[in-house]
Write a protein that binds this ligand. Structure first.
Ligand SMILES: [Fe+2]
Ligand SMILES: [Fe+2]
Length: 274
């Protein structure tokens, strides 16, 4: 049951933080890499999207802007490359500049590089797994599954950034604990709800917003392809209870291939030496 103590940030405050946030921070290494690509006149559009597609902060903002009324003309854009082409090189540069400027702000928040890195790594793991599942089950577009997974836990940023006790709460939790339930107990709200506030405010496509809102709920029915892929992949890594699912069995067989892919991405992003 939700029983906040005096030092706990209340639900209402987390809601308003989630409504107000305009940008989420990224890791130094990633921002530096994107900038060096933008500054190099020999870089191609593909060089840029190769890096951006592995980053929550930049991807979320690009998807958000591409789906704003100004650019989208009512058609939802899920595909990151298409979103980047829609908004253009200069807009991407502006986004990365803003994110870099956030470095100073980050110091004021409770967020640190270590938290960001662990969230980033988790999101990449889920994204790689969901892409494999999508291919094996021939369900949804694998790229869409990847991007949706990269963004699924975006609501956790709000807790990391504004609650000093969040990390401790998480560290103390046993493996397999339902993190969302634990958050609801402590704060009266979970990261699915804070994430959904961001997803709606930032005009994510409805399918992405649905994944953000529901990925900890018990596996949805067969009709919900994208949500099923992300929820099963997330559960595979968090080891939250949910029984042995066909998706879990596929992922178990592909465990090494997924780990290899994650390692490859970490190396590519130069995050493997940390
Ligand atoms: Fe989650
Ligand atoms: Fe997750």
């Amino acid at each position: 049951m939700y029983m906040p103590n005096a030092s706990t940030i209340p639900r209402e405050q987390l809601i308003s933080r989630a409504s107000e946030i305009k940008m989420i921070p990224t890791l130094h290494t990633i921002a530096d890499r994107v900038f060096s690509v933008l500054d190099n006149s020999n870089s191609s559009f593909n060089d840029l999207s190769d890096i951006v597609r592995y980053d929550q902060a930049i991807t979320s903002k690009i998807i958000s802007i591409a789906n704003s009324a100004y650019y989208s003309r009512g058609i939802e854009i899920f595909n990151l490359q298409r979103a980047m082409l829609t908004i253009g090189f200069e807009e991407v540069r502006a986004i990365v500049t803003c994110i870099l400027l956030m470095d100073g702000i980050m110091k004021l928040l409770k967020l640190n590089e270590e938290d960001l890195l662990s969230l980033w790594r988790h999101s990449i793991e889920v994204a790689c797994a969901a892409r494999v599942l999508s291919e094996r089950l021939m369900l949804e577009d694998p790229q869409k599954a990847f991007t949706a997974s990269l963004l699924h836990d975006i609501g956790r940023i709000i807790f990391y950034a504004f609650s000093p006790e969040y990390k401790e709460m998480q560290d103390k939790a046993k493996p397999g604990t339902d993190l969302a339930a634990l958050e609801r107990e402590h704060f009266g709200i979970d990261h699915q709800e804070t994430g959904h506030i961001i997803a709606v405010k930032w005009k994510f496509p409805a399918d992405f917003a649905k994944v953000v809102r529901n990925h900890h709920k018990q596996l949805p029915d067969a009709g919900d392809g994208l949500l099923r892929l992300v929820a099963a992949s997330d559960r595979f890594f968090t080891k939250e209870p949910g029984g042995i699912s066909p998706e879990g069995m596929i992922l178990d067989r592909e465990r090494d291939a997924i780990a290899f892919e994650v390692k490859k991405i970490m190396k590519f992003m130069q995050l493997d030496i940390r």
